[in-house]
Design a protein around this ligand. Sequence first.
Ligand code: UGA
Length: 436
Amino acid sequence: MKIAMIGSGYVGLVSGACLADFGHDVVCIDKADDKVEALKAGRIPIFEPGLDELVAKNVKAGRLTFETALAEPVAAADVVFIAVGTPSRRGDGHADLSYVYGAAREIAASIRGFTIVVTKSTVPVGTGDEVERIIREENPQADFAVVSNPEFLREGAAISDFKRPDRIVVGIEDERARDVMTEVYRPLYLNHSPLLFTERRTSELIKYAANAFLAMKITFINEMADLCEAVGADVQAVARGIGLDNRIGGKFLHAGPGYGGSCFPKDTLALVKTAQDAASPVRLIETTVAVNDQRKRAMGRKVMAACGGSVRGKTVAVLGLTFKPNTDDMRDAPSLSIIQALIDQGAEVKAYDPEGIDQAKPLLDASVAFASGPYDCAEGADAVVIVTEWDSFRALDLSRLKSVMRQPVLVDLRNIYREDEVARFGFTYTGVGRPA
Ligand code: UGA
């Protein structure tokens, strides 16, 4: 199959490289010249484990190329994927679809022969209808079908998620799209990943429903963690105890500082807006959004409590800035709210992250100092706060850590240590949802 991938950001680049690896001919297109130049020169603009090797392998095999102009690749394509961004629109929280509709307009003029146009970006219900209307309006002769095919990959595990998905969801209105999309995903389909065909609007909603459910699941366990602290129970045992019930499942039950990232915050908000517009409010998700926002700020208060009630004049070392490990993505990272809360309360903040410092700098208060490693970060600190569970923080040399700190206070917002193991080194320990 010949595939044009419009948008070479996270989803576009990973999907493009994986589809090329399946044997398809893929052109990844992006308007940003510098990004395309970098990709042509073999430099990957994002941090994602394994992506540079996968891109290099498929470029070498001649199956993956990069362009800034879409006319030729679209004209040659059997399938055109739209994988551009859908950020939150300023002011109202709706998804901003200007990039999607802009791409549809441009694609329209270049379509040759029967072409499938796939929205891979996360788009609200009804976007496929509008993409179809735009293409028909721009090019009444075009022979095409618009398909919804949401992506469920996670940052940091993107390649394995794409190649071994729990399911592939494809929303179609035109039966001709069924065979083509089956062919696109043939290697996965043959590998027994279920290929679920639905109507287009249903497929669009599945993506939002999935992210909203996961965000709600995390928020549920976070509230249980608070309750555990109040009544003297252990949230990790609660998570295991409920997660072993197959109807609940053990995944996404890690209590922490609240969810962040490029997807859950924006998608929950967009679903709330869609539902309000449809006069069918999703109150559980409205509450999820509010509880998660409050939680990020509450984590600052947790650090203060661990520091004896105040952080004024104290130095707090923050380990981990990105919204989760194995990414350099800082979008809606809990660290941003936590650090601001600490600074507002008079703390000096030093921070370290294995990959995220460059992205974090412009988003943080100018007073934040950046360190070159965890021990450097902890030097002279009155508390170390683990905000992101990078593997390199899981096996810290605790006696070395303690020896460089002013006060041995450890606040572990990801529960990667146990109180008994750090107490042996003389630390005062605060986790999430675990009895003191
Ligand atoms: C999420 C979904 O997991 C993907 O399926 C989806 O494709 C993606 O959004 C998207 O819509 O593009 P992602 O945002 O990359 O993926 O990261 P997750 O691993 O889901 O983590 C999201 C946030 O939840 C992080 O802040 C993480 O720390 C937090 N989290 C996750 C918890 O606090 N506890 C958990 O048990 C799991």
